[in-house]
Design a protein around this ligand. Structure first.
Ligand SMILES: C[S@@+](CC[C@H](N)C(=O)[O-])C[C@H]1O[C@@H](n2cnc3c(N)ncnc32)[C@H](O)[C@@H]1O
Length: 329
């Protein structure tokens, strides 16, 4: 079992107690200063006060990271340019990615565009971070000899739905993040046994993900009720992460040869659906609708689809086909 600690306290007091250069990954989902009700008044600061607060915890996260370490920070639009500047110029960290978490439901606007994404900045301590691409690949859209069927790079736009109120894993916390989203950060930027820190751990999403992926983790949370919530969550039965990138449930088209298909489908489950038992049914339904009940016959629906698309093998480029092309010799 991995060691998971939840500390009841203020991140600004607790982070300095963590040894320098001892952490592989820091996931920070701070209060955005939007006046959210976290059962306290910690989300209403003046502009400069919020920046000063952010500068302090950003400096601490930089201090505790190992040279191979990575920091992911969720940032509200109002402060993103300022926080970017602190990371880039003050702390001299290395920009890696600006990730967009896209969700399909949320508040509506009548004068302007309804927000449907959050921004996440990914910075590393040095130019040589740990990064496990194979652990986070997504299925290809088409079966092609030239494609790496182990999967494509997931890119920097990640779709995960919010954890809805009808989801069994929904906690009584206003900004609970989907486990699938945090899983991708943990898999990409740490190995089993590595140490992960979440200084604003809320309902305990990062800790729960680390527990299931055999990472050590430390969470800090100022509200004692959320600390209790986290402890209960960590003690609960696990039946799969509460959210999945919809691309994981899709079956590549053109898997025509039954022997290839059987092997691929087995691998698909292991590569893309481990820890997502609750997504396997949808995947199997997709297989059945495309290739017949056992995945062994092409269904009429599939044949119609191919006829409609008039597919040409050499021109089927799509956004999920990444730099894993095999150039014909
Ligand atoms: C955006 S939420 C984190 C949500 C979390 N990622 C989840 O999935 O549940 C931010 C959390 O930071 C906590 N918080 C606010 N100020 C804090 C501080 N100074 N130290 C530690 N926690 C703090 C809030 O109580 C809130 O639960």
């Amino acid at each position: 079992m991995s060691k998971i600690d939840i500390i009841a306290g203020d991140a600004l007091d607790e982070l300095p107690k963590i040894q320098a250069s001892s952490v592989d990954l820091v996931v920070v989902d701070p209060p955005y200063n939007l006046g959210k009700d976290y059962g306290n008044n910690h989300d209403i600061k003046g502009f400069d006060e919020y920046l000063e607060f952010s500068r302090k915890w950003l400096s601490e996260t930089h201090r505790i990271l190992k040279p191979t370490g990575t920091l992911y920070v969720f940032v509200g639009f109002r402060f993103i340019s300022y926080l970017y500047d602190i990371l880039d110029r003050d702390l001299q960290m290395f920009f890696n990615s600006w990730i967009v978490w896209h969700y399909t439901q949320g508040m509506g606007k009548t004068k302007g565009f309804s927000p449907r994404h959050d921004d996440i900045l990914m910075f590393t301590k040095t130019k040589k971070p740990k990064f496990n691409l194979d652990a986070v690949r997504v299925p290809q859209k088409y079966y092609r000899d030239r494609n790496n069927m182990r999967g494509a790079n997931p890119g920097d736009v990640w779709e995960f739905s919010h954890v809805h109120y009808c989801n069994d894993n929904r906690q009584n916390h206003p900004t609970q993040k989907p486990e699938g989203l945090i899983e991708r950060m943990v898999l990409a930027s740490s190995d089993e046994g590595d140490r992960v820190v979440d200084p604003f751990s809320g309902s305990g999403t990062t800790l729960r993900v680390c527990q299931q992926l055999q990472r050590e983790a430390i969470g800090i949370e100022i509200n004692p009720e959320y600390v209790t919530m986290t402890r209960n969550r960590l003690g609960g039965v696990f039946s799969g992460f509460d959210s999945v990138d919809p691309r994981m449930e899709r079956v590549p088209r053109d898997l025509r040869r039954p022997e290839l298909r059987g092997e691929y489908l087995e691998n698909h489950r292991e590569w893309f659906l481990t820890h997502h038992e609750n997504a396997v049914k949808k995947f199997e339904d997709s297989v059945a609708s495309m290739y017949g009940d056992q995945g062994s016959q092409r269904s009429r629906q599939m044949m119609l689809l191919e006829e409609r698309e008039e597919y040409e093998p050499n021109t089927a480029i799509d956004s999920d086909e990444d730099s894993t092309w095999i150039v014909p010799s």
